[in-house]
Design a protein around this ligand. Structure first.
Ligand SMILES: Nc1ncnc2c1ncn2[C@@H]1O[C@H](COP(=O)(O)OP(=O)(O)OP(=O)(O)O)[C@@H](O)[C@H]1O
Ligand SMILES: [Mg+2]
Length: 357
């Protein structure tokens, strides 16, 4: 099915209207008064994955997304890749602060930096370490040897380094190149309740490794006109991964980031995303908040930098919302002992209380 607003109109929307007519009676949705924000998708000639126009509350499609399968099979460890090939949409900010918020809820959490930019590592004050994720991917060390403690007792970090830039090229001819992360994680994944993987802004080999290793995908989405164009390609890639490398990977959550509710277009995009993806769009929105952009330069997640900021409150609420889902990280493991020391002390004195604009 090609990504045309008209196709979406005639399938998902009209079916949803019928369904609402059955279940909600007179509150059927009126015709949309505005041109669809999915239009850029069509203009770019994107091909949509099979479930794109599906009604998210249709139980059949819930299975197609994979979520029913995952939630009905509680497992101790859950690996979530934070993915969007569009740059600057809040992947790292979400991975860093959601991981910190899970850890604050006493879930043993592992954050893996799979981006050669190493922003998630820098956000925890980690730079220029001897061992990082690249060494684990190429088999130079086991994952545990590349794992560092952080200022949060329940959070460990596998940092990235500049070598990772070459990994995409070096691994191209390697056997099982898409399964390197999955293999490296095998020894440690069950030592944590949750593992989050921060992906680079591409759908290359590093992201493919993350999708192959993951149980679920979190997509941070900035509510702007072209946001959905990239989303179609990402969902296609997930479809491909599901049909071969990892049949179990599901769309865990879409997180709306840098939300400014005063912006009409943002509200329109949000409404359309919620219409199409239903319960997979988290209720919690991450607002645009300057404290979130300041925190990484202090080497701290937002809850250690300014716990009262809107950004911190939002990420804690997002973690709570995810943890409230049945079967999601219900255990509370104690993180495994590590030999390395945390990168630096996190003291309350370091917290800056400037006003949030
Ligand atoms: N909610 C927010 N409010 C304000 N600034 C934000 C917010 N989320 C992210 N930012 C800022 O926006 C920029 C991009 O965010 P981030 O690095 O998380 O995106 P990304 O998707 O990981 O980018 P890349 O694709 O380059 O890896 C950063 O400067 C970050 O501090
Ligand atoms: Mg990033």
């Amino acid at each position: 099915m090609s990504c045309q607003a008209g196709v979406i109109e005639s399938s998902g929307w009209s079916r949803r209207r019928q369904l609402r007519g059955r279940t909600l009676g007179p509150r059927a949705k009126p015709a949309r008064p505005h041109p669809s924000v999915f239009a850029p998708c069509a203009a770019a000639g994107c091909v949509l994955p099979s479930f794109w126009g599906s009604d998210p509350i249709d139980p059949l499609h819930a299975t197609q997304y994979g979520s029913e399968h995952v939630h009905s099979m509680p497992r101790r460890s859950r690996v979530l890749a934070v993915v969007n090939q569009k740059g600057g949409v809040g992947k790292t900010t979400t991975a860093v602060n959601l991981a910190a918020s899970f850890a604050a809820s006493e879930r043993a959490t592992l954050l893996i930096d799979m981006d050669p930019q190493a922003n998630a590592s820098a956000a925890y004050g980690v730079r220029d370490v001897d061992r990082h994720v690249y060494d684990a991917l190429i088999g130079e060390c086991v994952m545990k040897d590349a794992t560092l403690p952080t200022d949060l007792s329940h959070l460990h970090l596998v940092p990235a380094g500049t070598d990772l830039v070459g990994a995409e090229v070096e691994l191209v001819s390697a056997p099982d190149r898409e399964r390197r992360l999955e293999r490296a994680l095998a020894d440690v994944r069950d030592l944590y309740d949750l593992t989050l993987i921060d992906c680079p802004p591409s759908l290359g080999l590093l992201t493919l490794n993350a999708l192959t290793a993951a149980d679920g995908v979190i997509i941070p989405l900035q509510c702007e006109y072209y946001a959905l164009e990239g989303l179609a390609r990402l969902l296609e890639t997930m479809d491909l991964v599901r049909s071969g490398l990892n049949p179990d990977v599901s769309l865990e959550a879409i997180v709306l980031t840098m939300v400014d509710r005063r912006n009409n277009l943002a509200r329109q995009v949000e409404a359309e995303v919620r219409e199409h993806f239903g319960a997979r769009v988290m209720d919690t929105r991450i607002p645009r908040n300057v404290r979130l952009s300041e925190a990484p330069s202090h080497g701290k997640p937002i809850l250690l930098y300014d716990i009262h900021s809107k950004g911190s409150v939002a990420y804690l609420a997002l973690a709570e919302e995810m943890l409230g889902r049945p079967g999601f990280a219900e255990d509370r493991l104690t993180p495994p002992p590590l030999v390395s020391e945390p990168p630096g002390p996190a003291t309350p004195e370091g917290i800056d209380h400037d006003d949030t604009p």
